[in-house]
Design a protein. Structure first.
Lengths: 372, 385
């Protein structure tokens, strides 16, 4: 296996780094969001993992990982995670060919922007789903409530995993964000770079063509979507951790106490070194797992274990680095004005969504210890 | 040859050679177990050499096979997977030889490389001193030239592993009287069997004695047994350490995989595998191992700009040593009260060794504290205090 980035991959990474450093909206009002998102779409980032058969760029997890790292570093507030990492992946893993044909190019080029609704915190377990669908002639009627949906207000659609009476018990529906009977109430979240809303489905009626899942693979496909998305979230966490480290290094080199930069003190140097160890280890794993995934041939159990390693490391590294960045900034680390607080909030958000580390560890333990 | 075929070749060779009188060496002789079967392990080194498995990365003109890094790593992995014993020849093969190839004279290369490659001559490393540990440049062992040009040495080296099993030791000593720090040092090659050298084993916390103190009292070596010029010893010594973090370090991950599997086996056998806290820790150990693995693979990335800092290489020693130390603690927590007693079971005994010996991992070859200094200064540009 080769972890060396190609020239094209390096170029993509550099473009993303430069663009986001100049244009991130992390500190801007929400009315700047649409502009940033449309520019990202113009750069082709939303088409990266869409196969060429659907007019996408046909690239893979490695390119996505590089983009997610940079977005995590700059805390960009865009529908990328919802639209690309979740909605597109769900369609690719669990959608019918017709649904893919209809929607993937639209999701890749900005004609449509979607999120994915699973159980709370992106849980793919059927028992965790909180929306139910029932047949009404050829149509379907959705009822229920999703308490926390990734929704920054730019969405045109959602793919909703709902429980159904008939086998296989779960179906995926395409729902317009302005459908009759649907209410979206923005939530007062701490992490302002990751907006959420409460969605209430009050008998939302959709046509038969809105059911987009391939019933034979919807359960496995949604489970796999969650795992693949968790790898990308881990990449975003690594990017955030890298930025926390950079902030801490830059600040401690500037900050003078006792007549010298605090960066000269060993107590400080050891802390930033420890941040680097954890962040770079997580980065090695995330990039390595992405490369392995791109190579192909991983079965679901192997994929789950590999992603668990990436996810646990990235979660721990980001939380650690965010906490340390605050500490190493001293008093200003506690202020709104300095960036560590934003990463601290994002790191906490990311540690709970897509499953907390104790669940990933337990799944791994079962894989390692309970096999026949 | 592709990697898969090469791996198969190694595995086949190991299966047909690590048998018979060598069978008792399986999984033996690693860190914490260096005293096991030294004579037989030397014969094993010669067996390996005859099989063409020594000097895989050396250039062909020096009798090596010039294999790419990926195949060298593949050899180490298959070697360990097959239970290959700890290598008595590794200091010669992976430290001394690359240094001689890079910085030695043609005469030195002709004289010393064949003995290393054929498993006939073994080497020990004479760097640390009682007063020069983390501050390695505080070396006080002296060396000077007699009128006939021969070098003489006076002083003490410490933590010299395998000195009692080796023919030669490479020594960094102070050749310029009154010099301090990195200046005025020289890098000498010294035969161990001579009246001017005494070797005293150091009994370590495991009860075994893998390390030695080596006392030089007017010890002597030939005039041409110096690598580099007088005064260039620090440069040579550091170049040698650069080879230490090479491919053999990556190969040890297979040992770690094996040890973690032993922990899993014990946990399943004694019921610890049902304890939720132990389950989380075993999962964490596996997660950490994946980190080391992918970090190692990243180290094999093509280096497009040689001046670039390689963060993955910089953090590697700190990462693996701390992971290994934690694995030792986890192993003993899984074993429980039975861990108090030296076990007759090879697997449990190995884990007990890991628990104790891994205390040294975070100290030798740059303590945790020195590693963090290096990481912060070279990796992050933090200023020296």
């Amino acid at each position: 296996m080769n972890l060396t980035l190609s020239d094209e991959q390096r170029a993509l990474q550099e473009t993303a780094a430069d663009f986001l450093a100049a244009h991130t909206n992390a500190r801007k009002e929400a009315d700047a969001d649409a502009e940033l998102w449309s520019r990202i779409v113009e750069l082709g980032w939303a088409a990266v993992q869409v196969p060429e058969d659907f007019d996408g760029l046909g690239l893979g997890p490695v390119e996505l990982v590089l983009l997610m790292e940079e977005m995590g570093r700059r805390l960009a507030r865009t529908p990328f995670l919802a639209n690309v990492v979740l909605a597109q992946t769900a369609l690719l893993q669990a959608g019918t060919a017709e649904a893919q044909q209809r929607a993937l190019a639209a999701l890749a080029y900005g004609e449509r922007t979607a999120t994915l609704i699973l159980g709370p915190g992106v849980n793919a377990e059927p028992a965790s789903l909180t929306v139910k669908a029932r047949r009404d002639g050829d149509a379907w009627v959705l009822a229920g409530e999703a308490a926390q949906v990734l929704d920054d207000g730019l969405l045109t659609h959602a793919y909703v995993a709902a429980r159904i009476e008939e086998a296989p018990g779960v179906a995926l529906f395409e729902v317009a964000a302005d459908a009759a009977g649907l209410t979206r109430a923005p939530l007062d979240v701490f992490d302002l770079t990751r907006p959420q809303a409460r969605w209430v489905f009050n008998d939302v009626r959709v046509g038969g063509e809105a059911r987009v899942d391939d019933a034979a693979r919807v359960l496995a496909g949604l489970a796999r979507t969650r795992v693949l998305a968790a790898l990308q979230l881990a990449a975003e966490q690594v990017g955030g951790a890298a930025q926390c480290l950079q902030l801490a290094v830059d600040y401690t080199k500037e900050r003078v106490q006792f007549g010298k930069p605090v960066a000269t003190f060993q107590a400080v140097k050891h802390r930033v070194a420890e941040m680097m160890v954890r962040m770079e280890t997580a980065r090695s794993t995330v990039r390595g797992v992405a490369a392995r995934l791109a190579e192909g041939g991983l079965d679901d159990a192997e994929l789950g274990a590999e992603v668990a390693a990436a996810r646990v490391q990235a979660t721990e590294a980001y939380r650690y680095c965010a906490q340390e960045a605050i500490q190493l900034h001293g008093g200003v680390g506690f202020t709104w004005e300095y960036d560590p607080q934003m990463h601290f909030k994002r790191a906490q958000w990311a540690s709970q969504w897509f499953g907390p580390t104790r669940d990933w560890r337990e799944a791994l333990a079962a894989h390692l210890l309970d096999a026949a | 040859m592709n990697e898969q075929e090469f791996r198969q070749q190694v595995a086949d060779w190991m299966a047909s050679h690590l048998t018979g009188r060598f069978a008792c060496l399986k999984h033996r002789g690693g860190p914490g177990d260096e005293e096991a079967y030294p004579a037989l392990r030397k014969e094993w080194e010669q067996e390996l050499a005859a099989g063409g498995w020594v000097g895989l990365g050396w250039p062909r003109e020096h009798g090596g096979r010039d294999l790419p890094l990926a195949l060298q790593l593949a050899f180490h992995e298959e070697y360990v997977r097959a239970g290959g014993p700890g290598r008595i020849g590794h200091i010669g093969e992976t430290l001394m030889a690359p240094t001689l190839i890079a910085l030695g004279t043609p005469e030195q290369q002709r004289r010393f490389l064949p003995g290393i490659r054929e498993g006939r001559e073994y080497w020990a490393q004479g760097y640390s001193e009682p007063g020069a540990g983390s501050d390695l440049a505080a070396i006080t062992t002296r060396c000077w030239q007699d009128e006939d040009g021969r070098w003489r040495l006076q002083g003490q080296k410490v933590w010299t592993s395998l000195a009692h099993e080796s023919e030669w030791v490479f020594v960094v000593a102070r050749s310029t009287p009154g010099s301090v720090g990195r200046e005025g040092l020289s890098f000498l090659l010294v035969p161990l069997a001579q009246p001017g050298i005494e070797i005293h084993p150091i009994r370590q916390m495991t009860g075994e004695a893998e390390f030695n103190s080596v006392f030089f009292d007017g010890a002597v070596t030939e005039a041409d047994c110096i690598v580099g010029k007088p005064g260039e010893g620090w440069k040579v010594a550091m170049a040698l350490l650069g080879f230490e973090r090479g491919v053999s370090t990556l190969g040890q991950q297979m040992h770690f995989t094996h040890e973690l599997q032993l922990v899993v086996d014990v946990a399943r056998a004694n019921g610890a595998a049902r304890d939720p806290a132990i389950r989380q820790r075993i999962a964490d150990a596996w997660v950490g191992l994946q980190g080391l693995r992918y970090n190692g693979l990243r180290m094999l990335e093509e280096d497009t700009s040689s001046t670039k800092v390689r963060p993955e290489a910089l953090i590697y020693k700190y990462a693996w040593s701390n992971w290994h130390r934690e694995l030792g603690q986890l192993a003993m927590d899984v074993i429980g009260v039975a861990g108090d007693v030296r076990s007759d079971d090879d697997a449990v005994r190995r884990l007990q060794q890991v628990f104790f010996f891994s205390r040294a991992d975070t100290i030798y070859a740059g303590t945790n504290e020195i590693q963090l200094n290096i990481i912060s200064e070279r990796g992050l540009g933090m200023p020296r205090g």
